[in-house]
Ligand binder design. Structure first.
Ligand code: GLP
Length: 258
């Protein structure tokens, strides 16, 4: 794991965008795993800028989103389909047929989940997965208690997540109770992972994920088992970490590493 602590949100967003750009420059037909939520908005904004001003090319890229609310149609303003089109896809030159987002309105969820897993494999697996983190330590919608080997499936949201996400809806009663989400096991198969976090509200979850035990009570802690994960944090979200000085020391010493 690499822990990078930056001064602020803009810096983590820019650095994440640079890693995405490096990935696409090395492999123009890369498969990206994408996340929703407020955290990756700065990254998406920077990718749009890079596309418009520097010609960053998405024409051969395939994307798989992590999750979707069950019951929200694609055109619902709080669906993750809508979010992705509004905040990224409509501004870049990605081909519509290369965009995969779990369906929140399928008639057969089990079959859909199996198909989704199979499509990821058929597309060659995810090269770079972008993640945020929930205040309860979840990644995607893998709430506490999710098996660390879980695959794409239906997951019931916790009342904390419903409360956290209620700010986007008229009231918490309108937040769907069920989601369809890639599993922890699915996420861990990505070749490279970047988890972004900002703000003091994430400090506890970030510390549990990085320095706590590997446990299904904080599903992001499963990233400790992954061979190539970068945590991109602002000062506030890194506020509860104990080994901060060492993480900084590693960054300082990196240029001289053999
Ligand atoms: C939702 C999403 C997660 C996201 C989390 C944090 O629960 N399913 O993928 O990481 O929210 O959201 P935010 O970035 O808005 O804090």
């Amino acid at each position: 794991m690499e822990i990078i602590i930056q001064d602020g949100y803009e810096a983590i967003s820019t650095q994440a965008a640079q890693i995405v750009a490096q990935t696409l420059n090395a492999k123009p037909d890369a498969v990206l795993g994408l996340a929703t939520g407020s955290t990756p908005l700065g990254l998406y904004k920077e990718l749009i800028r890079m596309h418009q001003q520097e010609g960053l090319d998405f024409s051969q890229v395939t994307t798989f989103n992590l999750d979707e609310y069950v019951g929200l149609p694609k055109q619902h303003s709080q669906s993750y389909h809508y979010f992705m089109h509004e905040n990224l896809f409509q501004h870049i030159n990605i081909s519509e047929q290369n965009i995969y987002i779990p369906s929140g309105t399928t008639s057969n969820y089990q079959a859909f989940c199996e198909w989704y897993e199979q499509r990821i494999v058929e597309c060659g697996g995810i090269d770079l997965q972008i993640l945020g983190i929930g205040s309860d330590g979840h990644m995607a919608f893998n709430e506490p208690g999710s098996s660390l080997g879980s695959r794409t499936r239906i997951k019931t949201l916790t009342s904390q997540t419903i409360e956290d996400n209620a700010r986007f809806f008229e009231s918490s009663d309108e937040v769907p109770v069920y989601s369809i989400t890639m599993g922890v096991g699915t996420i861990l198969e990505a070749r490279k992972i970047i988890l972004l976090a900002n703000g003091a509200g994430k400090a506890e979850a970030v510390a549990a994920a990085i320095e706590g035990p590997v446990t299904s009570m904080c599903t992001a802690s499963a990233l400790q088992m992954h061979r190539d994960t970068i945590f991109l944090l602002d000062q506030e979200s890194a506020g509860n970490l104990k080994m901060t000085q060492y993480y900084q020391w590693i960054q300082d010493k990196m240029p001289g590493a053999p």
